[in-house]
Design a binder for this molecule. Structure first.
Ligand SMILES: *Cc1c(COP(=O)(O)O)cnc(C)c1O
Ligand SMILES: [Zn+2]
Length: 386
C-alpha cells in the first residue's frame, strides 16, 4: 500500500507548525498559506523513481508526496500525467531550439484546476468534511463541483456572473449550488465567506487551505521526470493565484531533498494580462507584497485575480529562481491563441496562450536564449471559452 509521508503543516512566515491531521485553513497571525511537510528521508528510503514511474498513470502515483493517507479516499477522474508536447514549428519562428508545451487541457473538467481540487477534496473528505465552498474566476468552481460529485459531497460555488458560460453550466451540470456574483473573484470571496458563516462549509479558496497547491505540485514532479530528472531552463506560467507556480517550486525543493534532482532550477516566469497584473507590478517595483489591482479586466478569466493571497510565496519563487514577470495584452493573447492552434494543432485557453505571447517578448529582449529549454504552460482547453 502507498503511504503518505505527510508529517505536519508549516507557516512559511512565522515557522509555526500545525497539526496536519485536522482540517486547517491558513496561519491567521501572518495571513499566510500553510505548506505541507513530509518525512522525505522516509520517502527516499521506501520508494524509488523507477517504482513511481512503473505505477498506473495519474497524480496518485506520487502518493508518498501527497497528503491523503488512505487509498479509499484517493478520488480520481483521471487527472495528471498530461502530455509534454514538443512545439517545433513555434520554436522555429521564435528561434528557440527546445520549446515544449505542458498541455493541461486533457485534465478532467478541461483545466489544471482538477489537480488541485482533486487533492484538496480528497483530503478534506478523509478528515470528515462533506460540504465545500469556493469563490472562483471559473475553472476552479467547475473542478470543485465535479470532484465533490465524485466524492458524494456538496459544493457551493461563487462565481462572477460574467465568467465564461461553460464554467457556469458545468457547475450546474454537476448538481452544485451556483451563486452568480456581480463583480470579481474578490467580491465572490466576500460573499462566499458571508454565506459560509455558521455553517460547516469547508473553504477551498486558493491557498486558504494547504492541499490544492499539493495537487498542482505534481506538475513539477511530472516535468522533472519527463526531462530525465534534470529540470528545464525556463518555465512560463500564467499566474492568477499562483498555486501552480508555488506548487512546482515546492516540488523542486522536495525532489532535491530526496536526492532525485540536483540543485539546478528553472527560471520561473509569471505572465499576466495587462488589465490585471498585480504580481508583475510588485515584481518590477521590488515589493514583497502585491497591491490590489483596480478595475481588473481581461478575457483570460483565470488571470482576473486582483490580489493573490500567496503573493509573498509567488514573488519569492520568481526572485529565488532568477525569473521574471511580464504582462501581455488581450490582443496579443488572441494572436498567440491563433498561432498555437495553427502552428501546433492545440486550441489553448487564453491563459495558456498568454505564455506564448510572453515568450515572444522574452526572446525579443534577449532574456531567453536560443539554446535554452523552455516550457509553456497551457493550463486548460480553449473549448471552454467558445
Ligand atoms: C486558475 C487558472 C490559472 C491561474 O492559475 P494559478 O495557479 O491560480 O495561478 C491559469 N489558467 C487557467 C485556465 C486557470 O483556470
Ligand atoms: Zn504564521
Amino acid at each position: 500500500m502507498l503511504e503518505s509521508a505527510l508529517t505536519h503543516l508549516e507557516c512559511p512566515e512565522c515557522g509555526r507548525k500545525f497539526n496536519a491531521d485536522r482540517v486547517q485553513n491558513f496561519c491567521e497571525d501572518c495571513r499566510s498559506p500553510l505548506l505541507a511537510r513530509y518525512d522525505l528521508t522516509r520517502v527516499a528510503a521506501s520508494v524509488t523513481r523507477a517504482q513511481i514511474a512503473a505505477r498506473p498513470r495519474g497524480l496518485w502515483r506520487w502518493a508518498e508526496l501527497l497528503p491523503v493517507r488512505k487509498e479509499k479516499f484517493r478520488l480520481t477522474l483521471g487527472e495528471g500525467d498530461t502530455p509534454l508536447l514538443p512545439a517545433p514549428r513555434l520554436g522555429k519562428t521564435l528561434k528557440i531550439k527546445h520549446l515544449f508545451i505542458k498541455d493541461e487541457s486533457p485534465n478532467p473538467t478541461g483545466s489544471f484546476k482538477a489537480r488541485g481540487l482533486c487533492v484538496a477534496v480528497a483530503r478534506a473528505l478523509e478528515l470528515g468534511r462533506r460540504e465545500f465552498v469556493i469563490p472562483t474566476a471559473g475553472n476552479a468552481g467547475g473542478a470543485l463541483a465535479f470532484y465533490a460529485a465524485r466524492g458524494g459531497a456538496e459544493a457551493h460555488v461563487f462565481m462572477p456572473k460574467d465568467a465564461p458560460r461553460t464554467n457556469q453550466e458545468e457547475v450546474r451540470a454537476a448538481g452544485a449550488d451556483l451563486r452568480l456574483v456581480d463583480g470579481l473573484i474578490s467580491d465572490a470571496a466576500r460573499l462566499a465567506a458571508k454565506a459560509a458563516r455558521g455553517k460547516r462549509w469547508f473553504d477551498v479558496s486558493t491557498f486558504k487551505e494547504p492541499y490544492r497547491a499539493e495537487g498542482k505540485k505534481t506538475m513539477g514532479l511530472e516535468l522533472a521526470e519527463s526531462f530525465g530528472w534534470e529540470l528545464p531552463d525556463v518555465i512560463i506560467y500564467p499566474t492568477g493565484g499562483g498555486t501552480g507556480l508555488v506548487g512546482m517550486w515546492k516540488a523542486f525543493a522536495e525532489l532535491e531533498a530526496l536526492g532525485w534532482i540536483g540543485p539546478k532550477r528553472p527560471r520561473m516566469v509569471t505572465v499576466q494580462a495587462d488589465g490585471c497584473a498585480p504580481v508583475v507590478r510588485a515584481f518590477q517595483s521590488g515589493a514583497e507584497r502585491t497591491e490590489t489591482w483596480q478595475n481588473a479586466h481581461t478575457l483570460a478569466a483565470g488571470l482576473r485575480v486582483p490580489n493573490a493571497f500567496a503573493d509573498r510565496l509567488i514573488l519569492r519563487a520568481l526572485r529565488e529562481s532568477g525569473g521574471t514577470a511580464l504582462a501581455v495584452s488581450d490582443a496579443e493573447i488572441l494572436e498567440a491563441q491563433r498561432e498555437m492552434a495553427q502552428a501546433e494543432g492545440l486550441l489553448a485557453c487564453p491563459e495558456g496562450a498568454a505564455t506564448l505571447a510572453g515568450l515572444r517578448h522574452l526572446v525579443k529582449n534577449g532574456w531567453v536564449q536560443p539554446d535554452e529549454t523552455v516550457i509553456l504552460f497551457n493550463t486548460g482547453t480553449g473549448l471552454k471559452y467558445i
